[in-house]
Ligand binder design. Structure first.
Ligand code: PGA
Length: 259
């Protein structure tokens, strides 16, 4: 499976900063940008439209997938502060991150809500990047397997094998996010194998096609190690995706890593 290099900009990069990012990123990438559709970028909602316009202007719309960092399960209604899949599709979005640990931790996002969000996104033709991952306390008390599997089962509740064709799983241990303490490639590989086995039960037939990406302090220096593991199909990148040159070096070194 070809690796995916998915940027999660979180609450960073204004519309103006997004335009400047694109200018520099296109300069660095040049012709190589068009090589593959393995570059996925999820900016804040208000930077989606500027990103889509810049990609179109540079003729790169097919090379970079634009995503959102969340997606509501209803199409419209009295839900202050939320954004629906229809609204995202209209802007040119093709994937939505759901259940990021920051949403779970700071905004009370439940597994049940994550499942609704994922299925609503998929129903509108988006890919859903469903995030799971254990806390530092879970990790030190050796509860990773139990926590990750429970999140996975509940966050994929009701999902069919057909829907799972648009699914990506992101394994992001909370203790590794933004800390510089990345999980080793072998720790991540072990959890990804666990996730793959569970997907075989949950969405038989398509489990082998679902990309499982790792997130948590991934950078240009360590991406190759992840890409060399058989069950790591790319990365979800926060901090290292905010700077065009560090993101582009990461993509280059990930692309050249041999399995
Ligand atoms: P990080 O964030 O790369 O800054 O650790 C990853 C994420 O939260 O998706």
């Amino acid at each position: 499976m070809k690796p995916i290099f998915a940027a999660n900009w979180k609450m960073n990069l204004t519309a103006g900063e997004t335009r400047a990012f694109c200018q520099r990123f296109f300069e660095l990438a040049g012709e190589d940008l068009a090589a593959a559709a393995d570059i996925w970028i999820a900016p804040p909602f208000l930077s989606i439209s500027p990103l889509v316009s810049e990609l179109a202007r540079a003729g790169c719309a097919a090379s970079v997938k634009v995503g959102a960092q969340n997606c509501h399960w209803l199409q419209q209604g009295a839900h202050t502060g939320e954004v629906s899949a229809d609204m995202l599709v209209e802007q040119g979005v093709s994937f939505a991150i759901v259940g990021h640990s920051e949403r779970r931790q700071f905004y009370g996002e439940s597994n049940e809500a994550v499942a609704l969000r994922a299925r609503a996104a998929i129903a509108k033709g988006l890919s859903a990047v469903v995030c799971v991952g254990e806390s530092a306390a879970d990790y030190s008390s050796k509860r990773t397997e139990q926590v990750v599997l429970e999140q996975l089962r509940k966050s994929l509740a009701g999902i069919t094998s057909t829907e799972a064709e648009r699914l990506v799983i992101a394994y992001e241990p909370v203790w590794a996010i933004g800390t510089g303490l990345a999980a080793t490639a072998s720790i991540a590989q072990g959890v990804h194998q666990l996730i793959r086995r569970e997907l075989e039960l949950l969405v038989p037939g398509v489990a082998q096609k679902v990309p499982i990406i790792y997130g948590g302090s991934v950078n240009a220096g360590n991406i190759a190690e992840y890409c060399q593991e058989t069950e790591i199909n790319g990365a979800l990148i926060g901090g290292a995706s905010l700077d065009p040159s560090s993101y582009w070096s990461l993509i280059q070194s990930g692309r050249s890593a041999e399995k």
